[in-house]
Design a protein around this ligand. Structure first.
Ligand SMILES: Nc1nc2c(c(=O)[nH]1)N[C@H]1C(S)=C(S)[C@@H](COP(=O)(O)OP(=O)(O)OC[C@H]3O[C@@H](n4cnc5c(=O)[nH]c(N)nc54)[C@H](O)[C@@H]3O)O[C@H]1N2
Ligand SMILES: Nc1nc2c(c(=O)[nH]1)N[C@H]1C(S)=C(S)[C@@H](COP(=O)(O)OP(=O)(O)OC[C@H]3O[C@@H](n4cnc5c(=O)[nH]c(N)nc54)[C@H](O)[C@@H]3O)O[C@H]1N2
Ligand SMILES: [Mo]
Length: 761
């Protein structure tokens, strides 16, 4: 069995610097996956116009690109996809599914790429090879027997625009809007907050803004780990003297310091540079109060005669300012300090820097969105920007840093459970079927439906839901009762082992591989965090001759499931993906006109964004301030007050991509050998009589009668506020109750779980 975790080692994280390690580090990654040096050459094609778009994060791709437009984590992701390891049918012949369940998440994926379609055989508890024809016919026959409203079609944010468009078209033609995607666990708080605030569901900043900005605010986004290429822009800004102000309960040393390894000689010699001008450590969820404090200071200073607000912008472009201002006056400093965990002096320092700059950007990630009031937190950050006209001006804007490499694009091509977001009338006109108009299920509703037995089948275009969803204790047994699960996937993961009573694995090409169809090799496209749309050209021969592309698998499923309809030209689309892009453009010309030609230009193209031009497509036709009702960021948290109680944030390490665990080294946090850890403040450790390395159990504090525990976590001292704790996702997902999600967006509140800690004997 492949490599397992070893003993925990803890080192001083303050000596770690961000950036992307050394050439040696990258070589080590390639070596582990059995790569020859040719992969190192391939990395030079990563995120380049004539190359392929990285399968890791969604950060923007500059034009012209840097010499090496990839980072350590991007290199890991490429190596992981192009591994020389294969899971061939013999592995399944040797191991029952029950045996494979004993493997770690790391070991399952490290075993290599899946090579042919497989069907679970109940009699032997083994996956056995099946032909594509059998797979499509089997799944199609099953789907025809279900009520479409009982079937869920999840998409994880990696699939291309072309695959995603076909996926939602298939699902809607089948009769369902059950199209949840990874965004539901991620930036859905953004997709709900921003349309109400500024009339677009996506960020307004572009790379260009980094070159103009006077100040950068970062809330709850771990740049060095999750979008490392942004460190280029942050470093350039720092060189221009632009202050970077970070709000994060955890002292994330990787974001604070950075080593730029752009040229090989410098990689060995480069010194780290301090990026952060200020690092504030609020309590988890304390951002709501911290942002209130910042806004309040601006309002107070302006009232006292300092011209810190952009009154012209507020008058011309915004709505709701007076109600917002009144709401800010309701909150006193004592409450702001207590709830944010930050002093008034610290907030004054940040506010002073913010008002001194002519323009400022608000960058954020899961530290804001994955809270009970995640939507309100995003709105408060917009409020702060609106006060100084920092939306739609060069160097200003809101910048949600997206997760998966095409999660933003998927939503743009209508992977959404919300029917009002898709051009359904246009679909009816173009494709001659009547798309369903009722709301579909998001991921939380899907999990609830599975637990209650109302969902009959889950099909996944990527992802690993039994690991990524909350409430694992109730979910796993319910998942096994599903009549059907079918997974379009590249590698083996736990959701393939915790499967339905009939189960299929449908292995697909990685986008880094050459995708040959009737008209020749195909290119696909994705949208980055700044709405930049780029082509991606496959580079390598497929991992196996039996793999199909995602569009081809979706078309196969559609043809086996749907009644014939000449307007749904599955074979034509699969034969030539330019026809898919043409169809997407016909569905929404404003965003996608001339799609194919525009994306082939160097740098691709930016999808239209009216808010960038201060054109507000909101109900009021203005940018809307939100008046805040309360500073309580988490109505469930009073449950967790008392000795041994903590507010738990689940976070990512530098050695994972979501549920894909590359290894056991989180060098930015000084932890290696194990992921079974909990980070605690040294004073809390002392107060509870604990010691570093000691094993503890975390138990969720809730009054719903459900027992949620994770045992055997080792204590790691770390610089974070007292009363808060951090541990890794997905290992700690059994602690996250399904009902503990953002009120307005249903994003699981993974950054604030009320827990009690017990020492283990
Ligand atoms: N290498 C790598 N890259 C990735 C991913 C990966 O797993 N690995 N995942 C991708 C995906 S899908 C996503 S969504 C993004 C996620 O990227 P991020 O948005 O960076 O998400 P996290 O790492 O979950 O958490 C971000 C930070 O929020 C902080 N935080 C936690 N709670 C709070 C809070 O209450 N307030 C504030 N201010 N900060 C808080 C944590 O300490 C952490 O540093 O990254 C994408 N890129
Ligand atoms: N507690 C807690 N829970 C969380 C989070 C958290 O911070 N804390 N973060 C949430 C977030 S932001 C997200 S985005 C979700 C992610 O949740 P998911 O989308 O469910 O999970 P991933 O780990 O991104 O999916 C990994 C799997 O995708 C498959 N895959 C990889 N590449 C491809 C490909 O090219 N095509 C296809 N078809 N399949 C492929 C592989 O089988 C791989 O095992 O998790 C969420 N869950
Ligand atoms: Mo995400």
């Amino acid at each position: 069995m492949p490599e397992q975790e070893q003993d925990l080692r803890i080192t001083d994280p303050s000596t770690a610097s961000g950036g992307w390690g050394s050439l040696e580090g990258v070589a080590g990654i390639l070596g582990k996956e059995g790569h020859a040096l040719s992969t190192a050459a391939l990395l030079r094609k990563q995120n380049k116009h004539d190359g392929f778009m990285c399968v890791s994060c969604a950060w923007a791709k500059p034009e012209p690109p840097h010499l090496l437009e990839f980072c350590e984590n991007g290199a890991k992701a490429t190596a992981w996809d192009l591994t020389s390891h294969r899971i061939d049918p013999e592995l399944f012949a040797r191991h029952t599914v029950l045996e494979l369940e004993g493997w770690t998440d790391h070991a399952l994926e490290q075993a290599g790429r899946l090579t042919e379609p497989m069907r679970w055989d109940a009699a032997s508890d083994r996956y056995v090879p099946a032909s594509w024809e059998e797979a499509f016919a089997g799944i199609g026959a099953a789907l025809k027997g279900f009520d479409p409203k009982e079937v869920v079609f999840y998409a994880s944010g990696r699939a291309s625009n072309e695959a995603s468009f076909l996926w939602q078209l298939f699902v809607r033609a089948y009769g369902s809007n059950n199209l949840p995607d990874s965004s539901n666990m991620c930036h859905e708080s953004t997709s709900v907050a921003l349309p109400k605030a500024i009339g677009v569901p996506v960020g307004t900043t572009t790379l260009e803004d980094f070159t103009h900005t006077g100040c950068i605010l970062i809330f709850g986004q771990n740049t060095a780990v999750n979008s490392p290429r942004m460190l280029h822009q942050l470093e350039d800004a720092t060189k221009r003297g632009v202050p970077i102000i970070i709000f994060n309960p955890l002292r994330e040393h990787g974001v604070e310091r950075f080593t730029n390894p752009q040229s090989p000689p410098r990689m060995l010699t480069a010194k780290s540079r301090l990026l952060a001008a200020q690092f504030h450590q609020p309590l988890p969820g304390g951002d709501l109060a911290a942002l209130t404090g910042l806004c309040k200071l601006l309002l107070e200073w302006d009232a006292a005669g300092e011209a810190v607000l952009d009154h012209g912008f507020i008058a011309e472009h915004t709505h709701g300012f007076d109600a917002f201002k009144a709401s800010m006056q309701r909150f006193g400093w004592e409450e702001i300090e207590a709830r944010s965990g930050l002093s008034r002096a610290a907030l004054e320092e940040a506010a002073r820097t913010y008002v001194t700059a002519d323009s400022a950007m608000g960058i954020y990630g899961m530290g804001l969105t994955q809270h009970r009031l995640g939507v309100e937190m995003v709105r408060m950050l917009v409020n702060l920007l609106l006060l100084r006209g920092n939306i739609g001006k060069p160097g200003g804007g809101i910048c949600p840093v997206r997760g998966h490499s095409n999660v933003q694009g998927q939503r743009a091509v209508w992977i959404t459970e919300k029917p009002e977001l898709a051009p359904l009338d246009r679909f009816a006109e173009l494709f001659g079927f009547d798309p369903p108009r009722d709301k579909g299920m998001d991921v939380v509703e899907t999990a609830q439906g599975v637990i209650e037995g109302k969902v009959k089948a889950v099909l996944q275009l990527g992802g690993n839901l039994t690991r990524s969803l909350p409430e694992r204790g109730l979910l796993e047994p319910a998942w096994r009762r599903l009549p059907l699960t079918a997974m379009i996937t590249t590698k083996l993961n736990r959701s393939h082992l915790v499967h339905g009573r009939s189960a299929w694995l449908l292995p697909c090409l990685s986008r880094i591989e050459i995708d040959r169809q009737a008209s020749g090799p195909q290119i696909v496209s994705m949208e980055d965090s700044t709405s930049g749309i780029h082509p991606s050209h496959g580079q390598r021969e497929p991992a196996s001759p039996h793999l199909l592309s995602e569009p081809a698998i979706i078309a196969g499923l559609a043809k086996a499931t749907l009644p014939p309809n000449p307007k749904l030209d599955w074979d034509g689309w699969v034969g030539d993906y330019t026809l898919i892009r043409r169809t997407i453009a016909e569905c929404h010309p404003e965003w996608f006109s001339d799609y194919d030609a525009r994306m082939r230009r160097p740098g691709g193209f930016l999808r239209a964004n009216p808010a960038r031009k201060r054109e507000w497509r909101t109900e009021t036709k203005k940018a809307n301030f939100l008046a805040l009702e309360s500073l309580e960021a988490d109505p469930d948290m009073p449950l967790a007050q008392g000795a041994g109680h903590f507010q738990l944030m689940t976070v990512r390490s530098n050695d994972q991509f979501n549920t894909t665990i590359y290894g056991y080294e989180d060098r930015f946090r000084g932890v290696s050998g194990s992921r079974e850890v909990v980070f605690l403040n040294p004073e809390d450790i002392a107060a509870l009589g604990l010691a570093a390395g000691q094993r503890v159990t975390l138990e969720t504090v809730a009054k719903d009668g459900v027992e949620r525990r994770v045992r055997g976590l080792q204590v790691v001292p770390f610089d974070l506020p007292r009363g808060s704790a951090a541990a890794y996702y997905p290992e700690c997902n059994p602690l996250l109750p399904l009902w503990h999600h953002a009120r307005a967006s249903h994003v699981p509140a993974a950054k604030s779980i009320p827990v009690r800690l017990h020492a283990e004997i």
